[in-house]
Write a new protein. Structure first.
Lengths: 245, 245
DNA sequence: CGCCCCCTCGCTATTTCTGGGGAGTTAGAT
DNA sequence: ATCTAACTCCCCAGAAATAGCGAGGGGGCG
């Protein structure tokens, strides 16, 4: 119940971050997150990868019962923490989010009933290919105590969250970007124009070439990217960072 | 030429981060970035918001001449730093990127000629709605010195980069396009299927709905995203992180 | 209760894209 | 010196996407 570290008394995290850097699996992260919770003296710390399609990846100190309830009830789509962090870059205190909707208030009541705590602080994390994750701390205490705690520890928390996400990305399979055949400059130009909404005719005009020539580029790029159609090719080019929009 | 701070001798950045937090405009960031460069004793530090359309937003210590040359020559589309960071979450040493293409090597030669330095370290930054930025340091020194420098300062750099991006997002709210009308679940499913190469008919079949209904979703998503056609809509949805492929 | 958004379906006409075919020049690489 | 790869141009027919008009049921919120 007592926050271990208030202002001017922040724990040294050096050793912990080093161990975080050398973690080799989700189990290590689980151990570290529990240790981190104890060091900070908060009720819960959770890292979770947020996927629109429900599958979860992460670790933390919430009861499994609560996690399952959260998923079953579809709270992910309602949670102001998720929605708010999705629109933000900087960490945010849960109090500052929009709890006005009925579903959100129901979620909060439910969470408190399950011992999550009345206070919370979440750090949004974003990786390549639209990856999105949250690193959250929650606790039961007064507003003043919580503010004191978050203000004095936010920088360390940003760093810890960053390293957690780095490890999660590292452990997650299927993120291996296949060695893509490089696109030629013209192909890149063509794909970029299509990605910003130009039709083939407009793109050809912009590049001062015939539409047929443009088409050759697009087709060539499509084959190089192993794409089934133009839209697919643009999507692949974007997520591989071949083009930037 | 001499790196001010090698291992075990990192500068204290507390005061600087506090001033960063209270910065009120790009001018303040420019002053801070120059001070940061001097504290670290590196040749250059640059923060820049990356988008394809040439307009740039950011601050740093590069010569204006080099910045203009970079833009004129279209180096943005060739730069392995940009491409590499786009696919990564963690900071990266420029040496570890793929410089095999001719255009990339030409860029590197050119950069060295313009005094950028032979070493570099970049931190990818991602905000809401697919915002993407880089925080980079460059210097002229040996591989060993640079590795020593980056290893001992990487955590501070991650934090500083984070705060720079936070401020940039704060100063340029208009950059984050439209309060992003959220797509409905079905719209997201439809767009995702198109992004992975399905035709309308296939996507409709996959979702077990009529092709017409699918078309309604796509049109609706297109309007919400302010896109000119399906390809454009998929590109926007991807770069804003609305869908993930 | 009314409003708005989400989900579902139908029809028609026009424009655009896709996927085959072939062909010439230039520049860089083997 | 040869060869590959990039760049440029052309025709055609079928498939797909776009734009416009509709309709009705369900759920949440004020």
């Amino acid at each position: 119940m007592a926050l271990g570290f208030l202002s001017g008394n922040a724990p040294r995290l050096d050793g912990l971050i080093e161990r975080l850097e050398s973690a080799e699996g989700l189990e290590d992260l689980q151990i570290l997150i529990e240790e981190l919770r104890d060091r900070y003296g908060v009720d819960h710390i959770v890292y979770h990868w947020v996927n629109s399609n429900g599958e979860q990846y992460g670790c933390g100190t919430y009861d499994l019962e609560w996690v399952n309830r959260y998923l079953d009830k579809g709270y992910l789509r309602v949670d102001p923490v998720v929605a708010g962090c999705y629109q933000r870059f900087h960490p945010v205190d849960w109090k500052r989010l929009d709890w006005s909707s009925k579903a959100a208030r129901a979620l909060m009541q439910d969470a408190i009933a399950y011992g999550i705590g009345n206070q919370g602080y979440s750090i949004p994390l974003r990786g390549p290919n639209g990856q999105f994750a949250l690193f959250s701390l929650s606790h039961n205490c007064s507003d003043e105590e919580w503010e004191d705690f978050t203000i004095s520890n936010r920088r360390d928390l940003i760093l810890v969250a960053h390293y957690f996400n780095q490890k999660a990305l590292e452990f997650e399979p299927g993120r291996t970007p296949d060695p893509a055949q490089p696109l030629s400059p013209r192909e890149i130009e063509a794909m970029t124009l299509l990605a910003v909404g130009y039709s083939r005719a407009q793109a050809a005009d912009t590049l001062s070439i015939s539409e047929h020539t443009l088409r050759v580029y697009v087709e060539s790029a499509r084959h190089k990217l192993g794409a089934l159609n133009t839209t697919h090719a643009v999507a692949r080019a974007l997520s591989r960072g071949v083009i930037v929009v």
